[in-house]
Design a protein around this ligand. Structure first.
Ligand code: PMP
Length: 474
């Protein structure tokens, strides 16, 4: 290369850099204009007491952006990511604008914190808010944890989990689900199902991506996606449709930036078990579109009709998450697990290693014994079925309510017949006047007429709670 070639290249580069700087300034000016518009939208919403989030509007905008990216030959993922940043900023501006007028969502975790605060003052409450069974953990688990502590199993372990637990999980999956293919590099022992779900979301989706979720559902799916900067595309099911999502709607919800779909049956809060045929169809649709199916099967042992599992026919991309919390009533132990293809599992493991190193070994030793405690699981499941039967019958007697009988899980999710029912206000009134805690339906999606009762209490307590609900509604 001659020195004049170099000079020419330098000058060309200089011109291009100037153009880049100009273009960047143009972009920033446009962003400032957009922020100004967001502020005005915030003012209008504040005046009209309108909600900040509007999934339909966001969805339409995303479609526009993706179409424009395609037309311009720009990477759609980049377009979606830029849009996500802009939308996040707009919402921040609008929230500041609307200020104190936004009612924070009362999720089960918020309700739990409130109730615990009241209980500290000595007041006795009927707690139907927390999704946690009242059963004792198996004695064998307590012995194993205690022995492990006194044998000083109190040091770090490898992140994935101790070999004894990984091996016990493999045997468990083979016996319980007839699934014999699980390899140790596909399994991870996690601190509860919650972490398994969060690391699954963080592994499959990044900022600007979207994930299909079926509502009503456990709030942590949407909250987790929000935290990551990804968007939930919601398929709203209704009580009138028996909470059944149609595969066609799932297919229609998929966008070019969609990375995954979350399924969880039996479902929290409805107790719905999806028809096996629909489940398979949805998994196939996901497979055809290259999506990961995240199947949260935490309530699988509380199923009162055949419940489909992802293990029956694994798609190419999948993450199964589960937990010891519900079936063995071990919520406070914080132990769960995930199963995914080795490469996905390695990425999830990275998150676990970075955040918590490992699940404590003495807890893992307890989990090994839990997997052998099948009688306790059957007992818990049987008792829960009786509670579902009894509580459904009692709720059906309340004229102001209607419900679809739960087919599994540990909840009831009745709906008020009054079209203007405000479950958040009702939950607060019920707490103040009757000392009963429930979780408003708005914590699980757009369900102001519904509320969730957790059946993790003895039947007498449940009946007393339902009676008080009936009194307040009469
Ligand atoms: N998935 C669902 C559907 C749940 O309802 C819960 C707990 N409420 C979890 C996962 C997480 O439970 P844990 O972290 O205790 O295993």
């Amino acid at each position: 290369m001659t020195s004049s070639d170099m000079e020419q290249a330098e000058s060309e580069l200089q011109d291009l850099r100037e153009e880049v700087a100009e273009t960047t300034k143009e972009i920033i000016k446009l962003v400032a204009r957009r922020a100004e518009l967001a502020k005005r939208i915030g003012e209008v919403k504040s005046k009209g007491s309108l909600p900040i989030d509007n999934e339909k509007v966001e969805d339409a905008l995303l479609e526009d952006v993706l179409r424009e990216c395609k037309r311009l030959g720009l990477d759609q993922q980049l377009g979606a990511k830029i849009l996500a940043t802009l939308v996040k900023d707009s919402k921040k501006t609008q929230r500041a604008q609307v200020g104190g007028k936004v009612q924070p969502l009362i999720t089960p975790m918020v309700m739990m914190a409130k109730a615990t605060e009241i209980e500290k003052s000595g007041k006795k409450l009927i707690r139907l808010d927390v999704g946690e069974p009242d059963f004792r953990p198996p004695k064998a688990v307590l012995d194993a944890v205690s022995n492990a502590l006194y044998s000083y199993k109190t040091y770090y372990t490898v992140g994935r989990g101790i070999p004894e637990l990984l091996s016990a999980l493999k045997t468990y999956l083979a016996v319980r689900y007839n699934y014999r293919e699980a390899a140790e590099n596909q399994l991870i022992v996690t601190p509860g199902g919650r972490f398994a779900v969060y690391s699954a979301l963080a592994t499959v989706a990044s900022e600007g991506d979207s994930v299909v979720v079926i509502e009503p559902n456990w709030p942590a799916y949407k909250e987790g996606l929000d935290y990551i900067g990804a968007r939930a595309i919601t398929i709203r099911t209704t009580m009138e449709e028996g909470w059944e999502p149609s595969p066609e709607r799932v297919k229609a919800a998929i966008r070019p930036n969609t990375k995954a779909i979350i399924l969880s049956y039996p479902a929290n809060p409805t107790g719905k078990i999806m028809e096996r045929g629909s489940f398979r169809e949805i998994v196939e649709i996901a497979d055809d579109h290259g999506l990961t199916v995240i199947s949260d099967e935490i309530y699988n042992d509380y199923a009162y009709k055949g419940c489909p599992t992802i293990l029956e026919k694994l798609p190419k991309r999948y993450i199964l998450t589960s937990s010891f919390s519900k079936a063995w009533s071990m919520t406070g132990f914080r132990v769960g697990y995930s199963l995914a293809p080795a490469e996905t599992s390695a990425r999830m493991l990275k998150a676990l290693g970075l955040m918590i190193t490992c699940v404590p070994e003495f807890i893992q030793r307890g989990a090994v014994k839990a997997l052998e405690s099948v009688d306790e699981v059957s007992h818990n499941s049987r008792v829960m079925e009786e509670r579902i039967d009894a509580t459904t019958a009692e709720l059906e007697k309340i004229g102001a309510l209607e419900l679809v009988k739960p087919e599994g899980a540990i909840y009831a999710f009745p709906q008020a017949k009054d079209p203007n029912f405000d479950s958040a206000a009702f939950a607060m009134e019920l707490l103040e006047k009757k000392g009963v805690t429930i979780s408003p339906g708005t914590g699980f999606g757009d369900y102001p007429r519904c509320f969730r009762l957790s059946l993790g209490q003895p039947q007498e307590t449940l009946s007393a709670g339902v009676r008080k609900i009936g009194e307040l509604l009469s």
